[in-house]
Design a protein around this ligand. Structure first.
Ligand code: SF4
Length: 282
């Protein structure tokens, strides 16, 4: 059997930095993260066992014991920083610099009077955080249909940005709708190349693999996207969180097994899967 592991599998730069930040501050208790640090239940459980608590909403701050609060890589809105300062939490900011850049763009262009269009998933924490830096209510779209149906006066100048993990082709198609309508647009391509590179490498790997294993949390949107891209190329594609999900897999000795992992998957889980797959050869 040949096992090929994607070079881009696992933590991206921003997630790696955020997770390291939490482990580096383990002794600085009380220690909180604002939302689970990553979409990976095993890592979140490990941190919980080490005393790290999760706060999910500013309403919880008043009652909580005061301490250190880590902002995860997704970032948060300005209102959250204000609430943390008001409640005298010490902020340790692990927002990914690429997300921070979007906060600055949104803030600057909304202050200049632009209408803000955010292309992404309205329920994703990154988008909720980005929204919180706009001085005007932004429009959030994720499909061409939603973009077509937006009714914005033609004299408005539009600032269009993307969720860092948004599909670049779909982003381009959505921009073309606004350009075609005749708006004056400021386009900010804020899609992170880490995601693009991971997706491209996974697609290429899936093309030559007999089986493809995608490791990552079931609630991780970037892992689900990765799974779908691989599934399009390789019918035998499996989305797993840990080796437990691979129990029934039996692999022939002439098969090529591709392995990739979402941005929230730690190296040790990838290594466990590699070891387990080797042991299933018959
Ligand atoms: S995917 Fe890109 S933008 Fe998002 S946390 Fe990772 S490095 Fe930062």
């Amino acid at each position: 059997m040949q096992i090929i592991v994607a070079k881009s599998a696992g933590f991206c730069f921003g997630v790696d930095k955020a997770v390291k930040t939490v482990y580096d501050h383990i002794s600085d208790q009380p220690l909180y993260t604002y939302g689970p640090i990553i979409h990976n239940p095993q890592v979140v459980k490990d941190l919980e066992n080490k005393g790290v608590r999760v706060v999910n909403h500013i309403d919880e701050l008043e009652q909580a014991e005061k301490g250190n609060m880590i902002i995860r890589s997704h970032g948060v809105g300005e209102d959250v920083y204000q609430a943390l300062e008001k409640e005298r939490f010490h902020i340790i900011d692990a927002t990914c610099p690429y997300v921070k850049k979007i906060h600055r763009i949104i803030n600057e262009f909304s202050k200049k009077g632009d209408t803000i269009i955010i292309v992404g998933d309205a329920n994703h924490p990154e988008i909720i955080g980005i929204e919180g830096w706009s001085t005007v209510k932004p429009f959030i779209v994720s499909t061409k249909e939603e973009a077509k149906n937006l009714d914005i006066p033609m004299d408005k100048r539009l600032c269009i940005i993307a969720q860092t993990t948004f599909n670049p082709i779909k982003f381009k198609e959505i921009i073309e709708i606004f350009v075609h309508k005749g708006y004056h647009v400021d386009i900010k391509n804020t899609i992170c190349t880490a995601t693009k590179e991971r997706q491209e490498e996974a697609t290429q790997l899936a093309k030559k693999a007999d089986r493809m294993i995608v490791i990552g949390g079931k609630n991780s949107s970037n892992t689900r996207k990765l799974y779908q891209l691989c599934k399009n190329q390789c019918d035998k594609t499996y989305h797993i969180e840990t080796i437990e999900d691979l129990e029934l897999l039996k692999v022939g000795n002439d098969e090529v097994i591709g392995i990739t992992a979402g941005a929230s998957t730690p190296k040790n889980i990838i290594q466990e899967v590699i070891t387990h797959v080797r042991s299933t050869e018959f």
